[in-house]
Design a protein around this ligand. Structure first.
Ligand code: ZN
Length: 294
């Protein structure tokens, strides 16, 4: 019902999954009027990057946001934690080019948010609700949306790998469900793709400390998996983060098949375009009244 922020600031630090460089973020409490705002000191000047779907610059193996002033890589796990805990007012100070990777899940951010505590503001949440069902497709994947009063994500993945195959997971967005069922699901990668990713300048910080690695047949991490269906849970975690690039929480029932950052972004853009249309028609509807009062 009401906007939520943190009780006090909290710090997350560590190596980035893709750059491999050390970075730090400070999540500061926001005010009634704030949404999610990234801030970075460039030279001696503070630069601002409000979270918007139009600020997504890349969806290749991670979600990168940016404007003319700065870019931030791999924001999805942080955004997923903010979305999961319903935090919609926060100022995120960034030091470095990438959000810290933690253990490849959203645990680093979820624990930091829980440690800082949640503060409920008096301003009402600005939820996004689209009244009509819609569907977007990309390659062999798709996302279907239908209106609902809460956010539910039904995720299905289908990998031609003996340890993954077809997995289905249903997520009902709430802080409790997020923390116990989703936050700990780690990112995963295939050993055969590692060289390609490295040649693209990606995955420089990834290791078995922060990624579930699969060879042709098996999970290579000595401790195995955290959940039997950790793979699909992580895909849902990613989607929850990518949805937050809308800048406000979306309500609805989402069914996704083979989702990834690129497909998530196509869906988010579609929603953003519908919101813009709605805002324009709302403005047009207001026009005669404004003329009348003059
Ligand atoms: Zn991820």
């Amino acid at each position: 019902m009401f906007k939520r922020t943190l009780k006090r600031k909290t710090v997350c630090a560590g190596y980035g999954l893709h750059t491999g460089e050390f970075s730090r973020i400070v999540i500061h409490p926001g005010s009634e009027r704030d949404s999610i705002l990234f801030v970075k000191k460039v030279g001696n000047v503070l630069r601002y990057l409000p979270l918007r779907s139009s600020r997504v610059k890349s969806t290749m193996f991670a979600t990168t946001i940016g404007n003319d002033d700065f870019t931030v890589l791999t924001v999805e796990h942080l955004l997923s934690a903010l979305h999961g805990f319903g935090v919609d007012s926060a100022i995120i100070e960034v030091e470095g080019d990438e959000v810290p990777g933690g253990d490849g899940s959203a645990s680093l951010f979820a624990d930091a948010i829980l440690d800082a505590g949640i503060f409920t503001l008096t301003a009402k949440k600005e939820n996004i609700l689209i009244e009509t069902p819609l569907k977007v497709e990309h390659n062999t994947g798709y996302i279907e949306y239908s209106p609902a009063s809460t956010l539910v994500i039904d995720g299905v993945i289908d990998f031609n790998h003996p340890r993954i195959l077809r997995q289905h997971y249903t997520y009902h967005n709430s802080p409790e469900h997020f923390y116990s069922e989703l936050a700990k699901a780690r990112t995963f990668g295939f050993l055969k793709d590692y060289a390609t990713m490295q040649s693209l300048g990606l995955a420089k910080g990834s290791s078995m400390e922060n990624t579930v690695v699969l060879d042709e047949k098996e999970v290579m991490n000595a401790d195995g998996l955290r959940f039997q269906d950790e793979f699909v849970r992580h895909k849902v975690l990613d989607m929850l983060g990518d949805l937050y690039t809308l800048g406000s929480p979306l309500k609805g029932h989402i069914t996704s098949y083979k989702s990834g950052h690129a497909l998530n972004h196509i869906f988010v853009n579609k929603i953003a375009a519908l919101m813009e249309k709605k805002a324009l028609s709302h403005q047009q509807a207001l026009q005669p009244a404004l003329v009348f009062t003059v």
